[in-house]
Design a protein around this ligand. Structure first.
Ligand code: ZN
Length: 327
């Protein structure tokens, strides 16, 4: 069951308004083919539009979230709404699913509202399943709307493309996108640009970067505690990471390591579980907590204005002294 209706990505409001205006004036095309650059928000937009069209009390922002139709959508039980998602490892859309969708679309809606079919990953259509759509595209039933989302329009058969209204989502409000991205990154504009301009692509790249960063950090931590290499070399290996991120991760690991004799909860990343296994017994609880305090102090002392290397090399040297029992 869905928890909440889909919000419209704020940088797509202009595209959203145009489509809702067309719907209000009963001149919405019966088959919309939604495309746009990687990460602009095609799938989210398709879902938002479907929900907005089904709502019996929609505003310019989309579905109200409260009317009986919206509650049916939330309960995954709206009689005039169907969605088809790719299945299986190759992400294909089955011809039987398309046929049953087409039959369903030909029925007329019981209400004055739209009957909406959503296929936000239409690139999963193969030639045969795409051809089964043609009937609906050529002889649309009253009030039926088919919403297709596709990353690669050129990969769809021309027979399908030519019968749809193509809508290319555009970055309509970069400031809104940057504000939205600020919840994930302290450098939202740079991240957005590096990802090619698609906000969702930017979030994806951040996640990948974070996984990579955590691996580097885990290696540095293990090397530090198992005496593999000099503190200078270890600090060097994580020099490109942001110092605040390093300090926060280390602090988290110290707290976990201090809980000696306790199993590390399984929800932690496997990299973290492994590094704790390898290093937890190097210090006792008290020592782990004193390292933790030290990390907090570094965090507070505006360490962000210093190079990661400088901040961490001192910390690493002190930690080695503690491991060697010299403090
Ligand atoms: Zn509603």
């Amino acid at each position: 069951m869905q928890q909440a209706l889909t919000p419209c990505p704020p940088w797509l409001y202009a595209d959203a308004q145009r489509l809702l205006n067309a719907a209000d004036q009963k001149r919405l095309h019966h088959a919309l083919l939604i495309t746009g650059i990687d990460g602009i928000g095609k799938q989210v937009f398709c879902a938002w539009l479907a929900e907005a069209l089904l709502c019996s009390n929609r505003t310019l922002k989309g579905a109200c979230g409260e009317c009986p139709a919206c509650r049916q959508v939330l309960a995954d039980a709206h009689p005039d709404f169907r969605k088809i998602e790719p299945e299986g490892a190759n992400g294909g859309i089955k011809i039987d699913s398309v046929r049953s969708l087409v039959d369903w679309l030909q029925l007329t809606s019981g209400q004055d509202s739209y009957r909406v079919a959503l296929m936000s990953s239409a690139n999963g259509l193969n030639r045969h399943s795409a051809n089964s759509l043609l009937k609906t595209l050529e002889e649309p039933a009253d009030n039926a709307v088919l919403i297709l989302g596709a990353a690669r329009i050129g990969a769809l058969p021309a027979t399908v493309r030519s019968r749809c209204q193509k809508i290319t989502l555009r970055m309509g409000d970069q400031e809104a996108a940057v504000n939205w991205l600020a919840q994930y990154s302290s450098e939202p504009l740079q991240v957005l640009m590096a990802a090619g301009g698609g906000p969702y692509a930017a979030v994806r790249s951040l996640n990948e970067a974070e996984v990579e960063a955590r691996k580097l950090l885990a290696q540095a931590w293990t090397d530090l505690f198992l005496h593999k290499g000099s503190v200078g070399r270890i600090a060097d290996s994580i020099a490109k990471l942001e110092s605040g991120f390093c300090l926060a991760m280390f602090a988290k690991w110290c707290v976990l390591a201090a809980k000696q004799g306790h199993h590390v909860p399984v929800e932690h990343h496997e990299t973290v579980i492994q590094l704790l296994k390898d290093t937890q017994n190097r210090l006792n609880s008290e020592q782990w907590f004193s390292l933790y305090d030290r990390l907090l102090q570094l965090h507070r002392s505006d360490s962000a204005s210093f190079k990661t290397q400088t901040v961490l090399e001192g910390f690493f040297a002190d930690t080695r002294l503690i491991i060697n029992g010299k403090t």
